[in-house]
Design a protein around this ligand. Structure first.
Ligand SMILES: Cc1cc2nc3c(=O)[nH]c(=O)nc-3n(C[C@H](O)[C@H](O)[C@H](O)COP(=O)(O)O)c2cc1C
Length: 189
């Protein structure tokens, strides 16, 4: 692994404070190599995409989102699944970030996707839709390993809410190392 600093933008697809996906993101932050600098982007203030708003200039929340992605070596998305798909707030944020289409900050940007749910499907369908969205935006999404955390509520410490399931933590470590390798492919080319 490289010892050079890597800047990672982290986006959580859930807005709620007690989000399981935010807890997974926190666990990843603790497991991440020390030379990673992780910058969390808050997507809660981003308005619904409207080209009338855009024509007057990006809202501050969108400026911050785009700038964070533009300056990042890679972007990590940890998201829930809503009705077998991508949460609207996340799709909306990515739609804003995809503008202008031919020169957006997403083009050739390395991405990795993960997700957690109390259900059994591990957010597979949500992640598939995020992957498809990023493909349309010419981003480079890591093919695997996949992080599909089912029954997430059973994998947390009951008091602190921290992710404590050992097998999941070891898998997250592998995922983070793979993401660094994925990023370096594009950083060196
Ligand atoms: C509108 C809505 C739709 C949902 N649909 C799904 C679903 O299709 N698959 C699934 O695994 N969980 C689904 N859930 C349950 C979420 O996985 C659960 O609320 C989870 O805690 C959300 O993630 P968070 O804890 O990070 O906020 C849905 C929840 C909501 C509010």
């Amino acid at each position: 692994m490289s010892e050079n600093k890597l800047t990672i933008t982290a986006i959580c697809g859930s807005l709620r404070e007690g989000s399981f996906n935010r807890r997974v993101l926190k666990a990843m932050e603790e497991l991440a190599p020390k030379h990673w600098e992780i910058h969390h982007v808050d997507i809660s203030a981003i308005p619904l995409y409207n080209s009338d708003i855009e024509s007057h200039g990006d809202p501050q929340s969108v400026v911050e989102l785009k700038e964070s992605i533009r300056t990042a070596d890679g972007v990590l998305i940890v998201t829930p699944e809503y009705n077998m798909g991508i949460p609207g707030v996340l799709k909306n944020a990515l739609d804003w970030a995809s503008r202008p289409a031919r020169s957006s900050v997403l083009i050739q940007k390395p991405f990795a996707i993960a997700g957690a749910t109390p259900g059994s499907g591990g957010t597979a369908q949500s992640q598939a839709q995020v992957r498809q969205t990023l493909l349309a935006m010419n981003a480079y999404t890591m093919p695997g390993p996949k992080v599909l955390i089912g029954s997430v509520h059973e994998k947390l410490n009951e008091t602190t809410g921290e992710l404590v399931d050992e097998a999941t933590l070891r898998h997250l470590e592998k995922f983070l190392i793979a993401f660094e390798q994925w990023i370096l492919i594009f950083k060196q080319s």
